[in-house]
Design a protein around this ligand. Structure first.
Ligand SMILES: [Zn+2]
Length: 147
């Protein structure tokens, strides 16, 4: 089997921020996969599963409600970031802005995390809003200071 695109990226030089991971065309439709990198791979500690899970619930809620082209928002298995798949051509500047707004949405969110019940989630006790807020604040600082 061929090596997939994400394994051809040199993770030793990959910095936190927003990157275009890949652009796929299927049946005439284009899909852009964004690499929302939160921590520096192999240099910084990875995120813990609770903060990632909480950001997954809140981030998926945010993107699906504000960007109809959203196909997927979810965690990277290495726990250093998230993937966002959007229908259409790449527009990195727009996604940086939307991700910053998503961080602000998480930082100001109050109440029960969307999907925080046994009926709605496969591991609903592994959710913590305060941890998600702290991580969103850290990622927002990165997004606001991109070169
Ligand atoms: Zn869940």
């Amino acid at each position: 089997m061929d090596k997939i695109t994400s394994f051809t990226v040199n993770h030793l030089t990959l910095l936190p921020g927003v990157h275009i991971s890949r652009i796929d065309t299927q049946n005439g439709f284009t899909f852009t996969t964004y690499d929302l990198r939160v921590t520096r791979p192999n240099f910084e500690p990875v995120m813990n599963t609770t903060e990632m899970h909480s950001i997954e619930h809140l981030g998926a809620t945010y993107f699906r409600n504000t960007l109809p082209e959203t196909m997927y928002f979810g965690p990277m298995g290495c726990r250093t970031g998230f993937y966002l798949i959007v229908a259409g051509e790449p527009n990195k500047a727009d996604i940086i802005q939307r991700m910053a707004d998503c961080c602000r949405f998480i930082m100001t969110f109050e109440g029960k995390i969307p999907g925080q019940s046994a009926e709605e989630c496969g591991n609903y006790t592994d959710l913590n809003l305060e941890m998600a807020k702290k991580r969103a604040e850290l990622y927002l600082q990165i997004l606001e200071n991109l070169p």
